[in-house]
Ligand binder design. Structure first.
Ligand code: GDP
Ligand code: MG
Length: 284
């Protein structure tokens, strides 16, 4: 399928990322978690036509969760990055309409830390739980009490939307509780942003290195005996790259890994060298 818009959904576990993916596709392809055990543990990518364009949605586990082990999180970030190589066109940063506790504030502070300005050119802040917004209030007035959230939206060029994943029926009177209207508005923002970015995707040196490596592995697998399909070959190549990245990044923190793929890490060169070492080790 050509001309695919790749959209990565980011945010803490439980904010409604998988539900949002289902709302956007209009069917329950993504697993929604009702308990901690059924939460999204690995990243899931699905492609479908939506309003005349092909969209790949990449649902991620909560990279900003505090209850997960560093190793678990790192391997999932790495898996997700190989899933979205060579780079996504859109990042949806998902937050929930709720009172921002200290913990939520800490998550948003981390986003400020790891997401570079370049990254945020490709990002949209998306609020779920539209049903929690007091009647008559706009999302803009809801966020204006919170400096960190406001600044995040500003850095995203003011791009901010709200969706109620629980609302099933069409409710023409209530703009915020009408999913058809909200999905359409979000798709419009996505189109405008993709156009402003000239159709390009978010890319940096690390993502490029990952994509290059996937291509090399694909070539190697093609040469080896067996009759795998192109899809199977790429999956196998990605598995190998995940392994190599995990080897290379074994000694750095989740923060550094996030920073390096989302653009803000000051230590790009050091981490770049570690990644290359991982690739070398995995080849042995
Ligand atoms: N009321 C309400 N509940 C929601 C909304 N979005 C998600 N949920 C619920 O929140 C829980 C977590 O949702 P999920 O999509 O698995 O979150 P994820 O961990 O970010 O993927 C589930 O019980 C959902 O049914 C929403 O917009 N409104
Ligand atoms: Mg999920």
């Amino acid at each position: 399928m050509s001309n695919i818009t790749r959209i990565v959904i980011l945010g803490k576990t439980g904010v409604g990322k998988s539900s949002l993916a289902n709302t956007l596709f209009g069917e329950g392809l993504f697993r929604v978690g009702h308990t901690l055990n059924s939460e999204t543990r690995t990243c899931q990518a699905e492609t479908k036509p939506v309003n005349g364009r092909n969209i790949t949605l990449i649902d991620s586990p909560g990279f900003f969760d505090t209850h997960r082990s560093e190793n678990d999180l790192k391997s999932e970030i790495v898996r997700c990055v190989t899933e979205f190589a060579p780079g996504p066109h859109v990042f949806l940063i998902v937050l929930k309409v709720e009172r921002f506790t200290e913990q939520e504030q800490a998550v948003i502070a981390k986003m400020h830390e790891y997401f570079s300005d370049e990254f945020l050119k490709y990002a949209i802040v998306l609020f779920t739980h539209g049903d929690q917004l007091p009647e008559g209030q706009t999302i803009e007035s809801f966020i204006c009490n919170n400096k960190l959230v406001m600044e995040l939206v500003e850095k995203c060029g003011g791009r901010c939307h709200i969706i109620d994943n629980k609302c099933c029926e069409n409710n023409p009177q209530e703009r915020y509780r009408n999913n058809q209207v909200q999905v359409k508005e979000l798709l419009n923002t996505i189109d405008q942003m993709v156009e402003a970015n000239r159709g390009g995707c978010y890319i940096n040196e690390m993502l490029q290195a990952v994509e290059e490596r996937i291509k090399q592995e694909v070539q190697l697998i093609r040469k080896s005996p067996g009759n795998m399909s192109e899809g199977e070959i790429r999956e196998k190549a990605k598995d190998k790259v995940v392994l190599a990245l995990c080897l290379g990044l074994a000694c750095v923190s989740v923060g550094v890994v996030l920073g390096v793929f989302f653009g803000s890490a000051a230590s790009m060169q050091v981490v770049g060298a570690l990644i290359m070492r991982g690739f070398a080790l995995a080849t042995k």
